[in-house]
Design a protein around this ligand. Structure first.
Ligand code: ARG
Length: 488
C-alpha cells in the first residue's frame, strides 16, 4: 500500500481498492516494486477465466443470500454489477489493471466501484484460494466439452475416409517393412479407435474436474454457514471437494487433463508421421489439399506438409506442459502455494493447441462442406493404384502361402520355412510369389494346387482375415456400422 494511505484506515474506499488492490495492506510498510508486481501478477493471462469467475461469484452470492449471510438486496446489487462488468469485458471497455494482480481482484474491485458495500460483501466466506481453484475447474470443464466435440468431428472425418476406402489395399507395415496387405479403411479406423479412447478419457477426466472447491475458503473451511451443495448444484458440478486443504491445493485434475491431451497429441503425431511419409514422392499414397501445404522459397517443385509436421512438433510442446504441471506439484506442502498460479499458462496453451490441432485435422482429413452442394470437399486424396503397387512389392502375401500349406497339413513352423525358400527363389527371379509358375510352387510342396493363386492375391489375403477386428472388408464394414451408430 502506498504511504499516502494511513496504516490505520479501517475501510479503504472503493476507489482505493480499485487502484491499489492491497486488501491486506494495513500491515505493509512499503508498496510492491514494479518489478515484483509484474513478476507476481497473473491478470494478463488469467483474465481469460473472467466468465467462470463471474459465474462462480454469482453462485456464491446467491447462496450467501439464501443462507442469510448477506441481504437479498446485496445479492441483487452484485448481480447487477456483474451484468455490467460482463458487458464491459465483452465490449472491451473493461480496464484490466496490473496493480490488481489477477482476474479475481480486478473483477471484485470493479464490482465494489459499481455497487459499493455489496461488492465488498461478496468475498465473505471465500478466499482467492478456493475461488481460483473453482474458476479453473469451471473453465476447464467447458473446454473439455468443446474438445470432446472436436474429437468426435475428427473421428467422423476418419470414418468418412474409411467408408470410401474399404476396398483400397495398401501394404501394412511392421518395422516399416512390408508385412501384410491391409484395407486403407481399416488403417483409418485404427485412428478412430485411438480418438474414441481419447474422447472417453476426456469425459472421465471431466468427472474429477467438475467438483467444487468453493467453501474450502483459504484452507480450513469457514465460520459462515455455507451451503456448498447448493453452490455445486447451481454451477452444475457433480460434487464438492470433501477436504478443504485438498480442495484449495489439488491440481490433479489439471495434470490428468494434460495427460489426456498429451495422448491425443501423440495420436495426432503418429497420424502426422504417416501422412508425411505417404505424401512423399517415394510413396505417393495420398495428397493433402494445397491449403494445408506450403511451398519452398528456393525449390519451385516443392509442396511441404507443414500442417502435419507442425502438429508433430506441437506434440512436444503439449507433453512438455504435462511435465511442467506435474513438476509444479511435486514439492508443494499443503495447502495453497503461489506456485499454483503457474498452472494456468501451460493449461491454457494445452487447450488452445489441442483445439486448433483437432479442428485443422478434421478438415484436412475429411474436407469441408461446400455450401453449394452440401457435400464435403477437399479432404485427403487417395492414390489407390500406388498403394496397390506398393502392396504387390515385398511379398506381402507370404504368410498367406504359409497358412495355405498349414491347411494342407503342414505344421506352421515347417510351412514358414518352406515359404522362406519360395520367397528366396522369387527374389532371385525378381517376381512376386503369385508370379511363380504352379510347378515351381509345387517343387516346394507337392500339395500346392491352382487355388493357391487366389490365396496369393491381395484381395484373397484380405478376405481371409475375417476374424473380429481383422482387415477383411466384411469386418471393416461391420466396424464402420458400429462407429456410425455411435457417432451419427
Ligand atoms: N492468482 C492466484 C492464482 O492464480 C490466485 C490465488 C491467490 N491466492 C493467494 N493466496 N495469493 O493462484
Amino acid at each position: 500500500m502506498s504511504s499516502d494511505t494511513p496504516a490505520t484506515s479501517p475501510q479503504p474506499s472503493a476507489n482505493q481498492l480499485a487502484t491499489k488492490a492491497q486488501a491486506w495492506s494495513a500491515l505493509f510498510s512499503e508498496p510492491m516494486s514494479d518489478l515484483v508486481k509484474r513478476y507476481t501478477s497473473s491478470v494478463f493471462f488469467d483474465k481469460r477465466m473472467w466468465k467462470a469467475d463471474i459465474t462462480g461469484s454469482l453462485a456464491h452470492a446467491e447462496m450467501l443470500a439464501a443462507q442469510g449471510v448477506i441481504a437479498q438486496a446485496d445479492y441483487e446489487a452484485i448481480q447487477k454489477g456483474m451484468a455490467q462488468i460482463q458487458e464491459e469485458i465483452e465490449s472491451g471497455a473493461f480496464e484490466w489493471q496490473l496493480d490488481l494482480e489477477d482476474v479475481h481482484l480486478n473483477i471484485e474491485a470493479r464490482l465494489t466501484a459499481l455497487v459499493g458495500d455489496a461488492g465488498k460483501r461478496l468475498h465473505t466466506g471465500r478466499s482467492r484460494n478456493d475461488q481460483v481453484a473453482t474458476d479453473v475447474r469451471l473453465w476447464l470443464r467447458d473446454e473439455i466439452d468443446l474438445i470432446a466435440g472436436l474429437l468426435n468431428e475428427l473421428q467422423l472425418s476418419l470414418v468418412e475416409v474409411a467408408e470410401q476406402n474399404v476396398d483400397v489395399i495398401l501394404p501394412g507395415f511392421t518395422h516399416l517393412q512390408v508385412a501384410q496387405p491391409v484395407s486403407f479403411g481399416h488403417h483409418m479406423l485404427a485412428y478412430v479407435e485411438m480418438f474414441k479412447r481419447d474422447a472417453e478419457r476426456m469425459l472421465d477426466v471431466r468427472k474429477r474436474v467438475n467438483v467444487l472447491p468453493l467453501g474450502s475458503a483459504a484452507l480450513a473451511g469457514t465460520t459462515y454457514p455455507l451451503d456448498r451443495e447448493r453452490v455445486a448444484r447451481t454451477l452444475g458440478m457433480e460434487g464438492v471437494c470433501q477436504n478443504s486443504l485438498d480442495g484449495v491445493s489439488d491440481r490433479d485434475f489439471a495434470i490428468e487433463f494434460s495427460a489426456a491431451a498429451s495422448l491425443v497429441m501423440v495420436h495426432i503425431s503418429r497420424l502426422s508421421e504417416e501422412l508425411i511419409v505417404w505424401m512423399s514422392q517415394n510413396f505417393g499414397f495420398i495428397k493433402i489439399a494445397d491449403r494445408f501445404t506450403t511451398g519452398s522459397s528456393i525449390m519451385p517443385q516443392k509442396k511441404n506438409p507443414d500442417v502435419p509436421e507442425l502438429a508433430r512438433g506441437k506434440t512436444g510442446r503439449v507433453v512438455g506442459h504435462l511435465m511442467g504441471l506435474i513438476t509444479l506439484m511435486k514439492g508443494q506442502p499443503l495447502a495453497y502455494n503461489k506456485d499454483n498460479q503457474e498452472d494456468k499458462e501451460p493449461l491454457f496453451d494445452t487447450v488452445d493447441t489441442l483445439k486448433d490441432t483437432l479442428r485443422i485435422f478434421a478438415e484436412m482429413i475429411g474436407g469441408q462442406v461446400n455450401p453449394a452442394t452440401g457435400t464435403k470437399e477437399g479432404g485427403i486424396t487417395v492414390n489407390a493404384a500406388n498403394m496397390r503397387a506398393a502392396a504387390l512389392k515385398g511379398y506381402a502375401t507370404a504368410t498367406d502361402l504359409a497358412d495355405y500349406l498349414v491347411k494342407k497339413g503342414l505344421p506352421f513352423r515347417d510351412a514358414h520355412e518352406t515359404v522362406a525358400h519360395a520367397v528366396k527363389l522369387a527374389t532371385q527371379k525378381g517376381v512376386d510369389l503369385s508370379e511363380l509358375p504352379l510347378e515351381e510352387l509345387q517343387s516346394f510342396n507337392p500339395n500346392v494346387q491352382a487355388d493357391v493363386f487366389e490365396v496369393l492375391s491381395l484381395e484373397g489375403s484380405l478376405n481371409a482375415r475375417n476374424t473380429l477386428g481383422g482387415t477383411a472388408p466384411a469386418q471393416v464394414r461391420a466396424q464402420l456400422q458400429r462407429h456410425r451408430a455411435r457417432l451419427g
